[in-house]
Design a protein around this ligand. Structure first.
Ligand code: CO
Length: 170
């Protein structure tokens, strides 16, 4: 079953998600459905708040296939920065140029409950940073420069019209 993706201006996208304490059956089932949903939507990554669950879980489409990372955090951002075009399944149609560290070291718990450290660079590094931002309630627009934010206003207004009805954005 595919999960429906929460779109801007859904307030869940601004909430800091809770740490996962036990990887129980419901967490494993959520991970399975998040992977399917990411693939079905051609996403490079997906965070649990995007499917309405405020838990610190992300899935990333890696070279080895979709993998889940639980309670992930950036422990060492590289010094060198790189500008890339980013999109987000919660902001359909919006593309922003965003500057982020080109390399990152990430600490997370894998699906078997083992603590792991991942080093990522280039596109995978930005995907990890984007998804980890989601579990901290940081939408990618907040990482954009002022000029990019100004350029995005029309698209954001369109998204608020399409997805904002009945929900109060804050
Ligand atoms: Co996103």
């Amino acid at each position: 079953m595919f999960l429906s993706i929460r779109k801007y201006p859904d307030p869940i996208l601004k909430i800091k998600a809770e740490k996962v304490k036990n990887i129980d059956g419901s967490v494993r089932e959520l991970i399975r459905q998040m992977k399917e949903t990411m693939i079905a939507n051609d996403g490079a990554g997906l965070a649990a708040p995007q499917v309405g669950v405020a838990k610190q879980i992300i899935v990333v489409n890696t070279k080895k296939g979709p993998r889940a990372f639980i309670n992930p955090e950036v422990i060492e951002p590289g010094k060198k920065k790189k500008k890339n075009q980013e999109g987000c399944l919660s902001f359909p149609g919006l593309w922003l140029k965003i500057v982020r560290p080109e390399t990152v070291k990430i600490k997370a718990v894998d699906e078997e409950g083992k603590e792991t450290v991942i080093e990522a660079k280039d596109v995978p590094a930005l995907i990890f940073q984007h998804e980890i931002d989601h579990i901290n309630g940081i939408e990618f627009i907040r990482r954009a420069s002022l000029i990019e934010k100004i350029k995005a206003q029309r698209e954001l207004a369109r998204l608020r019209r399409d997805y904002g009805t009945g929900r109060k954005a804050y």
